[in-house]
Ligand binder design. Sequence first.
Ligand SMILES: [Mg+2]
Length: 261
Amino acid sequence: MTRPDLIVFSDLDGTLLDHDTYSFDAAKPMLIRLKHLGFPVVLASSKTAPEMVPIRQAMALGPVPMICENGAGLVDADVQTVRTGPEYVRLRSGLDAIDARLRAMFEGFGDMGAERIADVTGLTRQQADLAGQRSFSEPGLWHGSADQQDRFVDALRGQGIAARMGGRFLTLSFGATKADRMHNIAADYQNPPSVALGDAPNDLEMLNTADYGIIIANPHRPPLPEQPGEAQGRICRTTQAGPAGWTEGLTALLSKLNIED
Ligand SMILES: [Mg+2]
């Protein structure tokens, strides 16, 4: 692949997609500009591949890879349809191999079905169906005590499975992070300068891994803690939220880098 002058890694919800409406209208002119410049836009989300493929298509991003399930998986540039992967099957068998009493306290998406996923996430039934089509990681609810959760996490570690708490869900995977995946993808593009955009704590790793980080304002949650890169001028914050902030941040960066159309 030819080396672009910049590669963009972006979170979706609250960043490139509006927090309430899921619209990316305010980012459209910038998406077109980036495409014209030949800068790939790599989506990085906690969403599953079946949730992300139609978004990549709607944004007309072209054949670019994506980071799905919070870094647990990669979606290839040319993938149009996705099926449950062997990694997810291995994850579920690892889960079933531990002490049955501890296992029973974890209610994974794979144990739930779309109706229950919709209930616990607030997604619509149709969205919940796509969120349940997993390839790399298993989010779930923990119904036991904190002590029991520690024992559960230890037992999973014995199966090579990592567990991370994020929001209400305990998510199990074989351990890859968004930052690992950024390195994989950047290498495919011959390591160009990179920028990451995100609005939430689970984006910090990505924001700190890229050469430039843009923290998108999110009036729905407390502001992210001050990052070391901010004093160095490597990380900045937008005043606007969602896709308007996305455009604001990238406009400022392109001008700082003297990139002309
Ligand atoms: Mg977000």
